[in-house]
Design a protein around this ligand. Structure first.
Ligand SMILES: [Zn+2]
Length: 403
């Protein structure tokens, strides 16, 4: 079987992890230079995705300078090592695709979560706690009861992603086989030192010095505060950043392909994050008003929103869906909010979900870009598609005008 080595460039809400983390200037034997990211290596060919426009080109290794060939060799080695370290996270063997399941109305988890103390080492300041599906690696000692309190939001978000019938299989791997890793930092400065963007409250790192597929969070974002010599849980208010980043961690790699990355990968993370949450429960069925308030206004009770207004001037739909991720995050506020509206449309405003599900299946089968979007359009022209989206949202009080 041909194992795909993917290196998606997914980043986050209000977060500008430098793309340079993964991009590099490659030079060919004629001295031509391209700024690109490796997406895959198969045999003697490397697939490079251009930083400027996201287009992917297959380049024979022999066409590249020796130092680039060496870099690619190291990249493959690292990928293989990472795969060995972590059991397959896509869970393909463990669970069947759930595309045929109904959309969840309410996601609810048992609040009595079991917490295991896996390691407490005062010398190295490494404290490791496990909940059923997560492993929290912290730099200070926490009590089981504190971990249990914040672990609820993690476990509930994971359960939400698992129940969404979009077959994101990384949410289906049982914790006994693989726990998602979360790094917790007592000090924001250590979070930043480890690559956390200074203005963020949490971040998903697809790849960093602490490993692959890690979510990093400063303790403060979890509502954990130092009181005397210990730590207390004192969380008030909502936390949208965390479910957003956790959704990224649980989203299958294929859903970060060109054509889906951006509007869908961020739209999905926003969809989960904006769904009303309270004590281990996501109220999915009634999430429309929260989603609308978040995208068009300042959110429910004025707590965080994209404030796009209810008359939205939108770019050409095809250009919007196909734009490189770098461009997408450069206009993050609009693009995230609009991505949420478009994702919501495909989830809930078409006659059935067959188009978006066919699109996701096509992505899983390796289709990308326009080829995958053709499946989503299902015979409709781009103009017709824009008209249908406009009509559907207008009936909900949002007027979208496409360029
Ligand atoms: Zn994000």
């Amino acid at each position: 079987m041909n194992v795909k080595l993917m290196l998606p460039l997914f980043l986050c809400l209000l977060v500008m992890v430098p793309l340079e983390l993964m991009a590099r200037v490659f030079t060919d034997i004629d001295g031509r230079k391209i700024d690109a990211t490796i997406t895959q290596v198969e045999g003697d060919t490397v697939s490079l995705s251009l930083t400027s426009n996201g287009k992917t080109y297959d380049v024979p290794l022999a066409r590249l300078k020796p130092k680039d060939r060496k870099y690619i060799k190291e990249w493959v080695k690292k990928q293989k090592a990472d795969e060995k370290k972590a059991p397959r996270k896509d869970g393909k063997q463990e669970a069947a695709y759930n595309f045929d399941d109904p959309w969840p109305a309410l996601v609810s988890i048992d609040l009595d979560i079991e917490i295991i103390i896996a390691e407490e080492d005062e010398e190295t300041k490494r404290y490791v706690y496990q909940s059923p599906n997560y492993e929290f690696v912290c730099d200070v000692k926490l009590s089981k009861s504190v971990v249990k309190k914040f672990a609820t939001l993690f476990e509930a978000t994971r359960e939400y992603c698992r129940l969404l019938p979009i077959a994101t299989m990384r949410a289906h791997v049982p914790g006994a086989q693989f726990r998602n890793r979360i790094l917790l930092f007592e000090h924001k400065s250590d979070y930043v030192k480890n690559g956390g963007p200074p203005s963020s409250a949490g971040v998903f790192m697809p790849r960093g010095k602490n490993g692959k597929d890690v979510v990093m969070v400063p303790l403060k974002s979890l509502g954990v505060k130092k009181v005397g010599s210990g730590y207390m849980y004192d969380h008030k208010g909502s936390n949208k950043v965390l479910p957003h980043e956790l959704t990224h961690q649980l989203t299958d790699y294929e859903y970060y392909s060109v054509g889906a990355m951006g509007w869908f990968s961020e739209g999905l993370a926003e969809y989960v994050a904006v769904t009303p949450y309270r004590s281990g429960k996501f109220m999915v069925r009634s999430n429309l008003s929260a989603i609308k308030a978040y995208a068009t206004e300042h959110g429910k009770k004025g707590r965080g929103g994209r404030a796009l207004g209810d008359e939205i001037q939108a770019p050409d739909l095809k250009a919007y869906m196909m734009q490189p991720y770098k461009k997408f995050v450069a206009k993050a506020n609009f693009n995230y909010g609009f991505g949420l509206l478009i994702t919501y449309y495909y989830f809930h405003m078409e006659d059935d979900r067959s188009n978006i599900l066919a699109f996701l299946k096509a992505l899983k089968n390796g289709k990308k870009g326009e080829k995958a979007l053709e499946v989503l359009l299902n015979g409709r022209s781009w103009d017709e598609m824009e008209t249908q989206i406009t009509k559907a949202w207008r009936s909900r009080g949002v007027r979208i005008t496409f360029k």
